[in-house]
Design a protein around this ligand. Structure first.
Ligand SMILES: Nc1ncnc2c1ncn2[C@@H]1O[C@H](COP(=O)(O)OP(=O)(O)O)[C@@H](O)[C@H]1O
Ligand SMILES: [Mg+2]
Length: 456
């Protein structure tokens, strides 16, 4: 099995609208503080979420599912995002939206399967022979290009590495020069090079190069101890999906036709059930030998009512597998038809047999004062100053329409305040923004009005 080439391709969280949320905000007694970590109110749901976090950390919760149910804008997605932050970067968290399963290239069940495997992590421990140290020199040696082209090519690269105990000069293959460039290694960085694969990893900047400025993006690490050439325990966090991809054999031969085929077909379709079985076997062996540890993470399926009956049946099966993440669903629907079984109505559009497996957490609507605090936090993250009376007014608007609309009004109101030359957003700016941009209720009223001549 290839572990070397594994590149983590975890999905980016859509953070923009939740960037003020930094966690669930519980105190040491596991009680949700009314305002903490960017979170306001919704205490019961946050405490429930924290119990889930604990269960995931204790690995007691694999193969179960939770549903966050509540009206739009009550913070379901925000809670899921906070859960992922509480779990930290080492536990996989795979967010998806129900409608993502509808692809023209991959079967719905295949998308689900893939995301399940993205949500299961494996921590692999390996002892490797490495050269480690602070880089003292990088000098690529050039020769005339032997293939007859213009320019020069690199014949080898000389690297100096320094540790607390000594220094060593290495003469390395040009391919390593490429990985040095890729990792953006420069003199003064601490790196290690695996001796049998030649892969380069940049650990950080040596702390003798640290400056007194606080605004530094770099991570400073101490000068490595011991010899330059040594055995080092390398810990890698990968997901089962990463392993599937790394081990999927590139298809086709040398001819043009199959190369075209490769271009047109994304690699995804090559992961077969058989391959997954093989990967699982090797993973189990690693675990038995004590070289790897399984870390079930979270698969978050937002807008779960978008899934159809086939997906739900598949989920039932996937949840019963021995290796399974915890699945968190979110839905804002009441009773609605189950997709693909049009006549059948069900709460949240979820079939009863799956409902039966769920722990359900409700998110309640916010009060006006809670909305005011949320808006205040949000304004701060967006670097906007809002006058006190304007904030109260916006909270009022939020209570009448939705939290989301109120949050969204902040930005245009800020722009208008700028144009009008106010240093803070005033009631006037707010009203102007609300006049320009309608909320959903107001706009649907206009559309429904028979006098407005829409084609219905
Ligand atoms: N309790 C809360 N504290 C702070 N911000 C919140 C809270 N609840 C919701 N928000 C913010 O309000 C907006 C809408 O919430 P969201 O989680 O997207 O709602 P839902 O997924 O339930 O429809 C988001 O920007 C979210 O970050
Ligand atoms: Mg949502």
């Amino acid at each position: 099995m290839k572990i070397e080439e594994v590149k983590n391709d975890s999905k980016e969280l859509r953070v923009a609208s939740h960037s003020h949320i930094r966690g669930l905000g519980l105190n040491s007694d596991f009680v949700a503080e009314p305002v903490s970590a960017g979170f306001v109110g919704q205490e019961t749901a946050r405490e429930a979420a924290s119990v889930i976090v604990d269960m995931i950390k204790a690995k007691r919760f694999a193969g179960r599912a939770v549903l966050f149910a509540g009206a739009p804008g009550t913070g379901k997605t925000a809670i899921a995002y906070a859960i992922s932050q509480e779990l930290g970067p080492r536990v996989p968290f795979c967010p998806m939206v129900g409608s993502e399963v509808y692809s023209s290239e991959i079967k719905k069940t295949e998308v689900l399967m893939e995301n399940f495997r993205r949500a299961i992590g494996l921590r692999v421990k390996e002892t490797k022979e490495v050269y480690e140290g602070e880089v003292t020199e990088i000098s690529p040696e050039e020769t005339e290009n032997t293939t007859g082209g213009y320019g020069k090519s690199i014949s080898h690269v000389v690297i100096g590495l320094k540790t607390a105990k000594g220094t060593k000069q290495l003469k390395l293959d040009p391919s390593i020069y490429e990985s040095l460039l890729r990792e953006k290694v420069s003199v003064g960085d601490v790196i290690y090079i695996e001796s049998n694969t030649g892969s380069v990893k940049r650990v950080g900047r040596s702390d003798s190069f640290s400056t007194e400025y606080d605004l530094e993006a770099d991570e400073y690490v101490p000068l490595p101890k011991g010899d330059v050439h040594k055995k080092r325990e390398v810990i890698q966090d990968v997901t089962l999906h990463d392993l599937d991809i790394a081990n999927a054999r590139p298809q086709g031969g040398q001819d043009i036709l199959s190369m075209m085929g490769q271009l047109m077909k994304p690699k995804k379709t090559e992961i077969t059930e058989k391959l997954r079985g093989e990967v699982n076997k090797v993973v189990n062996k690693y675990i038995e030998q004590g070289n790897a540890e399984l870390i079930p993470g979270v698969l978050f399926i937002d807008e779960v009512h978008m899934l159809d009956i086939e997906c739900f049946t598949c989920l039932n099966k996937l949840l019963e597998q021995t290796i399974s993440p915890i699945v968190i669903f979110a839905s804002n629907r009441g009773v609605c038809p189950i997709r693909g079984a049009s006549e059948t109505l069900a709460p949240f559009g979820i079939p009863l047999d799956l409902m039966d497996r769920l722990l359900i957490v409700r998110t309640a609507p916010y009060t006006e004062s809670e909305i005011e605090i949320i808006l205040e936090i949000r304004a701060k993250t967006e670097n906007l100053v809002v006058a006190k009376d304007a904030l109260a007014k916006l909270a009022r608007i939020g209570a009448d329409t939705s939290v989301r609309y109120a949050i969204q009004l902040l930005t245009p109101a800020g722009v208008l305040a700028d144009i009008n030359g106010h240093d803070s957003i005033s009631i006037e700016d707010l009203e102007a923004a609300a006049d320009l941009f309608l909320d959903s209720k107001a706009s649907s009223k206009i559309v429904m009005d028979p006098n407005t001549k829409w084609i219905n």
